[in-house]
Design a protein around this ligand. Structure first.
Ligand SMILES: Cc1cc2nc3c(=O)[nH]c(=O)nc-3n(C[C@H](O)[C@H](O)[C@H](O)COP(=O)(O)OP(=O)(O)OC[C@H]3O[C@@H](n4cnc5c(N)ncnc54)[C@H](O)[C@@H]3O)c2cc1C
Length: 308
């Protein structure tokens, strides 16, 4: 039986692994479907403290992993598909049919960005395509930016991006927005934002150049397809917290995010949360890492209080 199993190898899981390993708990990290987490799909990260000249996302998460391994963390390929948290030890079933038991569990499974699934979208992530304005807005000073979405976070991202871009085009499939009136009004009154409604994006260019140069749009009313030049393309259509194995066991909010019971605690004693899987607000590498640290410290103290 393990002392600590950490689900997820993003910033939260890796940082939890560093702390738990240095506390001699020999944590086991399940890497999940996306080893390294969301930073593994991006390029330049300029806002993680300690890297004066920035760092590549995949390098940053690999550094964290190697740091954890150096202190005795064990990394395993695989994903938890089922969890029994009704009694201790907790039991996890993995996608390869294996089962693991653990005294404590740190859930650091993240919240995956929803993408549009356009033919060239994934190939241009980190090269002009992003799902995070806070992270990547700075790369688009005086550039043409497009945002897709119709909710509050899309409005917030568009407003924020006007600090950088010469213009922000807001594309939405209908004329009706899910966004609250106040957020919509704020975006509508921003002179740098142009609304393109009743329209969808059909694809993004230009993979052969290695960066975003434009998009193909379709007007759903007229049926007309046409191209527009853009330099930055932000998808703001929400996130999906990876909490499926815990439905009915962990307290989740209406969108599936873990509800915190103070610090890194969940509603189940011995199960801790870390990172974007609980955080719908900040969603940054540094906040996920900080949450991983908190979860590991709480797991360590809990194990100690139980005499392990
Ligand atoms: C394109 C892009 C660019 C970004 N740029 C920046 C930036 O410049 N600066 C910044 O601070 N932030 C940036 N972010 C945000 C940052 O990546 C996230 O806030 C951070 O990765 C969250 O870390 P996390 O560990 O909580 O989750 P994630 O990184 O999402 O990691 C989740 C982990 O859980 C695993 N997992 C999921 N389900 C299971 C399961 N059932 N069993 C086991 N494992 C599972 C996954 O495989 C993954 O390893 C960016 C995000 C994106 C998408």
């Amino acid at each position: 039986m393990d002392n600590v199993i950490i689900l997820g190898s993003g910033c939260a899981g890796n940082t939890a692994a560093i702390y738990a390993a240095r506390a001699n708990l020999k944590p086991v990290v399940l890497e999940g479907h996306e080893p390294g987490g969301q930073l593994s799909i991006t390029t330049e990260v300029e806002n993680f403290p300690g890297f004066v000249g920035g760092v590549q996302g995949p390098q940053l998460v690999e550094n964290m992993k190697q740091q954890a391994i150096r202190f005795g963390a064990e990394y395993r390929a695989g994903r938890a598909v089922k969890a029994d948290l009704s009694k201790r030890p907790f039991r996890l079933e993995l996608d390869d049919g294996m089962a693991l038991e653990t005294r404590t569990l740190i859930v650091a499974t993240g919240a995956s960005a929803r993408w549009l699934n356009l033919p060239n979208e994934q190939k241009l992530i980190g090269h002009g395509v992003s799902s995070c304005a806070t992270c990547d807005g700075f790369f688009h000073r005086e550039k043409l930016i497009m945002v897709v979405g119709g909710g509050d976070s899309a409005m917030e991202e568009a407003n924020f991006l006007t600090r950088f871009g010469s213009k922000v085009m807001m594309v939405h499939r209908s004329e009706n927005f899910r966004a609250s009136k106040i957020m919509l009004d704020r975006a509508r009154s921003n002179p740098k934002i142009e609304f393109i409604t009743n329209s969808i994006v059909e694809d993004i260019f230009d993979v052969s150049k290695g960066y975003v140069t434009g998009v193909q749009l379709k007007n759903l009313v007229t049926g007309e397809s046409y191209t527009r030049g853009v330099d930055g393309f932000f998808v703001a259509i929400g996130h999906i917290p990876n909490t499926k194995p815990f439905i009915g066991q962990l307290d989740l909010d209406e969108d599936g995010y873990i509800v915190s019971h103070g610090g890194a605690r969940t509603n189940i004693t011995g199960v801790f949360h870390a990172g974007d899987v609980q955080d719908r607000k900040y969603r940054q590498a540094i906040t996920a890492s900080a949450a991983g640290c908190m979860a590991a410290l709480e797991a360590e103290r809990f194990l100690e209080s139980e005499g392990h």
